[in-house]
Design a protein around this ligand. Structure first.
Ligand SMILES: [Fe+2]
Ligand SMILES: [Fe+2]
Length: 137
């Protein structure tokens, strides 16, 4: 069973964003699959999925922020700050893993799952109605 099951409640009703969130969840599951029985990452996982997750997270955040700018979302600044804080943590973990601290796997996955879930269900959910009213799909 996948570590992180997608639930209907994660859907915001904006197809492009729901697709991106699903992909993030899939990447976290791929990271979990990449852990070996000792809870360490294999080299290919470090080089591909983890870097890809960092990049994809950054581009997903930019996608949302761009929509906020275009449509004049009132909570843009606070939401951006939250993205920045999350990205900082992802980059920090990325550096730790890349510098050989590969045993942080389970901690990392728990963290990623926690923040993604709380951000989607919290801050992201708050903009959903606004962007849907603006016709964003
Ligand atoms: Fe998001
Ligand atoms: Fe967000």
């Amino acid at each position: 069973m996948a570590l992180f099951e997608w639930k209907a409640e994660y859907n915001l009703g904006i197809a492009s964003i729901d697709r991106q969130h699903r992909r993030l969840v899939a990447m976290i599951n791929a990271l979990d699959d990449g852990l070996n029985t000792q809870g360490r990452y294999s080299e290919p996982v470090l080089k591909s999925i983890f870097v890809e997750l960092g990049d994809y997270t950054a581009s997903h955040f930019s996608y949302e922020e761009n929509l906020f700018e275009i449509h004049g979302y009132a909570d843009t600044e606070a939401h951006k700050q939250e993205h920045l804080a999350l990205l900082d943590q992802v980059v920090d973990l990325q550096i730790r893993v890349q510098s050989g601290e590969t045993e942080i796997g389970p901690e990392l996955l728990a963290f990623l799952k926690r923040w993604l879930t709380s951000h989607i269900l919290g801050s992201d959910r708050q903009y959903a109605g606004f962007l849907i009213d603006k016709g964003v799909e």
